[in-house]
Design a protein around this ligand. Structure first.
Ligand code: CP
Ligand code: NVA
Length: 307
């Protein structure tokens, strides 16, 4: 049974491989209405970056659990005026039952979690996006009925989504290949961690060769080429990342049952063509929906609402 009550989710490795599978099972039960845990607790959302999916799916998930949500827009709080995170964390800890943070520096969520006793959830940092990967794995499991024995290929920028995906795939025994330009490789420590978690059960590959990486893959995955905070590099990145675009020609080299994922928001004709994202192999809308179910499961688990 899940033993996540009171726990933080700051990096994907905060979940054991067994806990990942249990959370996915719980998410499926919530999605199908088999269980309806209820609470009267309060979730705070402290987001320093824009968000549609994460903000709304966390809000709806908490409402479905019977709880309430406070949107702590940093510019409307003392956070934007420089109140130390250590102080904010200790104060919010006295009001809230759980807090989700979206920010730039992974160190900020770690500091928050250190000073707050309530569960703290990483809702995206420059290093990781662990909640996204729970929804991605749920989508893959729904499609293929399994997670191990599959191969995932991520194409594009080796940043937050790629980092968490490496850890998530390794955790469930799925082969993961990340194809990206040399200068945009995933965090080397995270690659090493993924290799250690995979421990020879599954493969972890980082390459700059998109053609080689997609051969026979069951899932092709991409993300924006210039993430939030990197907008000034958007133009200069286009030619560097062009070979990594998911287009019909690249998709034909994957497994003939392959699906395509994108965490969204998408930039058509950049990292993915309109034909592919709107095509029959795209699962991006199911994937976006699954943010809701996966995060409802996570909230239920860290709040101790499930046995
Ligand atoms: N995928 C994702 O996290 O989307 P938002 O930035 O809209 O939350
Ligand atoms: N890598 C993207 C993910 C958005 C959900 C970003 O950080 O902007």
């Amino acid at each position: 049974m899940l033993t996540l009550k009171g726990r933080d989710f700051l990096k994907f490795t905060d979940l054991s491989p067994a806990a990942v599978l249990e959370l996915l099972h719980l998410a499926q039960q919530l999605k199908t209405g088999q269980i309806r845990p209820q609470c009267n607790q309060v979730l705070g959302l402290l987001f320093r970056k824009a968000s549609t999916r994460t903000r709304v799916s966390f809000t709806v998930a908490m409402h479905r659990l019977g709880g309430q949500v406070i949107d702590l827009n940093p510019s409307a709080t003392q956070v934007a005026r420089g109140e130390p995170i250590e102080d904010t964390a200790r104060v919010l800890d006295r009001y809230l039952d759980v807090l989700a943070i979206r920010t730039f520096d992974q160190g900020e969520v770690e500091t928050f979690a250190h000073y707050a006793k309530i569960p703290v959830i990483n809702a995206l940092t420059d290093l990781e996006h662990p909640c996204q990967i729970l929804a991605d794995l749920l989508t893959v499991q729904e499609t293929f009925g399994t997670l191990s024995s599959l191969s995932m290929t991520y194409l594009g920028d080796g940043n937050n989504v790629a980092n968490s995906l490496l850890l998530g795939c390794a955790s469930v025994g799925m082969d993961i290949a990340v194809a990206c330009p040399q200068a945009y490789r995933p965090d080397p420590q995270i690659v090493a961690q993924a290799e250690a978690i995979a421990a020879g059960r599954s493969r972890v590959t980082v390459t700059d060769d998109p053609q080689a990486a997609v051969q026979g893959a069951h899932i092709l995955y991409t993300d924006v080429w210039a993430s939030m905070g990197q907008e000034s590099q958007a133009e200069s990145r286009l030619p560097i990342f062009a070979p990594y675009q998911i287009n019909p020609s690249l998709l034909r080299q994957a497994h003939d049952q392959a699906i395509v994922l994108h965490c969204l928001p998408a930039h058509r004709e950049e990292e993915i063509t309109a034909e592919v994202i709107e095509g029959p192999q795209s699962r991006v809308w199911d994937q976006a929906e699954n943010r809701l179910h996966a995060q409802q499961a996570l909230l239920a688990a860290v709040l101790g609402l499930v046995p």
